[in-house]
Structure formats: C-alpha cells, structure tokens
Design a protein around this ligand. Sequence first.
Ligand code: NAP
Length: 252
Amino acid sequence: MKYAIITGASKGLGEAITKRLIQEQIAVVSVSRTENEEIKRLAIESGIEYNHFSCNLSLEKEVQEVFMDIAHYIFQKDPKEILLFNNAGVIEPIQTIGNLDQTPVIRNIQVNLIAPILITNLFLSKAQLTNTKVTVINVSSGAAVRSFEGWSIYCSSKAGLNMFTETAAIEQTELKTNNKIIAFSPGVMDTKMQETIRSSTKEAFKDLEQFKEYKEKNMLLQADVVANALVDLILSGNVESGKVYNIKELLK
Ligand SMILES: NC(=O)c1ccc[n+]([C@@H]2O[C@H](COP(=O)([O-])OP(=O)(O)OC[C@H]3O[C@@H](n4cnc5c(N)ncnc54)[C@H](OP(=O)(O)O)[C@@H]3O)[C@@H](O)[C@H]2O)c1
C-alpha cells in the first residue's frame, strides 16, 4: 500500500494535493492545526484510509512527538512506498529588516525550514531500517531564488529548503537508496497566502501593487491545477532526485 503524508492539508495547495491523492486511492495522513472536514468526508466516501494528525509545525517538540506517532502508524503497515509532501508554509513576517519582530521570524523558519528538515530526517532514518522507498516533495517558492523587499525571512527559509533538498538527494544517491527528494516551486496561486500578502502594506512590501494586480487581472494559478501537475509528476515515477521543479515546466 502507498501512503502519503501532506503537511498543510487543510487549505490551499495542500488541500488540493490531498483531494487528488484520495482520487488516486492512496492512503492519506493529513497534518495541520485544523482538520478539513471536506477531505475527511471525501476519504470516507471513497473508502480510503485517512488519518488526521493535528500539529503546530512551529513547535519543535510537537513536530518530534506527532511525527514519531505518524512514523509508527505508517511503518507498522509495511508500506510499499511513502510520499512525504512538506507543503505547509507561512509568508509572515512581511516586514523590512530592522523592523522585524523576533517571534514571527522564528515561527517562519520553524514551519518553512526546520519542520521539513526534522520530518525528512526521521522518515529517511526509518526507511533505512525497513527498506521502504520514501519520496520527499518539499514545496518551495520562486522567492527561494529571487529576493523580494519585505520577504527576507520567507526568501531565506525557502532558499534553505532548496539547499537541504539538493544535499539530501546527493547523500541518498551516494548511499544507493531508492529514496528521492525534490523541491517544487508552485507559482503564484489563489490561496489564503496570497490574501495575507495583499493585506500587507506598501511600506512593508514594495511589490504590493503588483500582487494586487495578479488577483484583479485573474493571473493567479488555481491550486487544483498546480496540485494535479505535481501529482502527475510524482505518480509518473520519472522524478529526478535533487531537482527544483518549477510549475512552468510542468504546465507546458
Ligand atoms: N500561494 C502562493 O502563491 C505560493 C507561491 C509560492 C509558494 N507557495 C508555497 O506553497 C505552500 C502552500 O501554500 P498555500 O498558498 O497553499 O498556503 P495557505 O493557503 O496559506 O495554506 C497553508 C497551509 O499550511 C498550514 N500551516 C501554516 N502554519 C502552520 C503551522 N504552524 N502548523 C501546521 N500547519 C501550518 C495551514 O494549516 P492550518 O492553518 O490548519 O494549520 C494550511 O493548511 C507553502 O509552502 C507556500 O510557501 C505558495
């Protein structure tokens, strides 16, 4: 049996990925602070094994405890393959350097970078012991490779995630495992994260008007279109480990 773990499954891209995986009859473990009742209902109607684990990914101890429980639950089922989508992310703080508050800085790096590192480490460690194939998908951003004034923390955490992905992939190749790890840049999508961006100020975020225009001119990608392209790639089996995929190349 194939199992998928999706962080941030309650909303946006994570919700769309989870719905598509349910359609594909893949057992899903959703992780977020809130549970999406529609996903729960869909899974039950489709007869899919579904579990939700509530976890605040900004709290290191909670990440360790909840993911030990998830690993225990999945590995005891002797899975054929595990798909781990490190998708949850936060954009805040949107603020220029010199005006940053400490708490949102730390929270951003915990959710966007430290949690994916700890979770990947745990699953690759368990995979070694059980010979299970693990495919890790780290959801990154164009902001990992392009700086935006006001997004220094988001840009830095996503750049760190890309580098972690590349390093893990090299190590896994060296170890001759079947495990694969990629990063994925989903493009600008019509989700709650974009609402947060549009509600910031011009003083804190220089490109505010441009992002408002993306919405007004209907230029935002729909999360289900992005999720389908990503899941098609993963299920094709033709994943190049270590690569940072961009939605543009998948939608060609
Ligand atoms: N939207 C875009 O334009 C865009 C562009 C480039 C990259 N991305 C990336 O795509 C991914 C998905 O973004 P999205 O637009 O779908 O965001 P979203 O609509 O804001 O959803 C974020 C998800 O992350 C979860 N989350 C946030 N903080 C969490 C925490 N402390 N603990 C546990 N879960 C937490 C939320 O669940 P709960 O609130 O239920 O906990 C929610 O399910 C992110 O990694 C983001 O950086 C998005």
